[in-house]
Design a protein around this ligand. Sequence first.
Ligand code: F0G
Length: 351
Amino acid sequence: AHQWRGVLAEYREHLPFSDEDTLLTLGEGGTPLVHSPTLSRTVGADVHVKVEGMNPTGSFKDRGMVSAMSRAVSDGAKSVVCASTGNTSASAAAYATRAGITCAVLLPQGKIAAGKLAQAVVHGAKLIQVEGNFDDCLEIARKLDAAHPVELVNSVNPFRLQGQKTGAFEVCDALGRAPDIHVLPVGNAGNISAYWMGYTEYRDKGITGSAPAMWGFQAEGAAPFKAGRPVTDPETVATAIRIGAPASWSLAVAARDDSGGLIDAVSDDQILDAQALLAGEVGIFVEPASAAGVAGLLQQAEKGLVPRGATIAITVTGNGLKDIDTALTRQDLTPTVIPVDVEAAADAMGL
Ligand code: F0G
């Protein structure tokens, strides 16, 4: 039986590696594109959800990390570093383990979901908590890369976007065409840039006849693209996208403008509502940041701006299990307690 070989092997002809390079894998990519009748009905279009929480470390970061880490070990790197709001560090820690090299992660102190922190710890990364935000962490990481023998594996490393563009390939391969619109959350802006790269490559090679409009959504309190400039004190419940100075600024603006798309913002309440809708009515548990795209799509629909019958792909970027604390704040956790008795169970179930 065929087993998915990971994004580097599956999309080898579209990626800049040579036969001498070491190609790693933990089985990343090949994630499901799930058609959602509920979302389709709600927005009056055909909505397909790309479930990136199914990756080895539970987020889309694995696509780019396997690529950046393969480049790093092929070039003889012994040590990598990244700044992260949690998912990049989880992924870097896992792939550094696979590569047999050391990994240090710079995290904004107190602003990382517990599950992500656990991942970096169990994979043996050196955890460094910085008294600042993600933007501060990234600045330090860049300076370390410039001054010391350590490889930077944030998305400013071009091999990150190379790997992440495979998400767009998979959407096209699954649909048999490019979608009309691709929706996703935006933080440091690597993913929207990578998806656009993937879509335009498939279009330019004649594999698809078109590329979608890219619709990106940020959290209102961390929405530099809407502001048109970096913001200094980003704040949002969606800690993964609590970023004020996105590194891939010009690439994301090009993706937005060249695709005829948009980058807008949604409130924390809209994000948590969308997270609850995905979990409670669609059947997919995502972390808060991952729901920003869905919140944005619903906002566009309320404004009457979703073209009727359009084919829409929407990336949900990370697994809900990474941050159960935020998800549970809105739930009633009072347990129904019964004695060891089947009739009591039947009563409790309303049977
Ligand atoms: N969704 C999740 C779950 C993320 O972790 C991130 C980014 C994004 C969306 C935004 O993607 O940065 O490519 O625009 N997380 C990074 C990290 C910053 O450190 O894990 P982006």
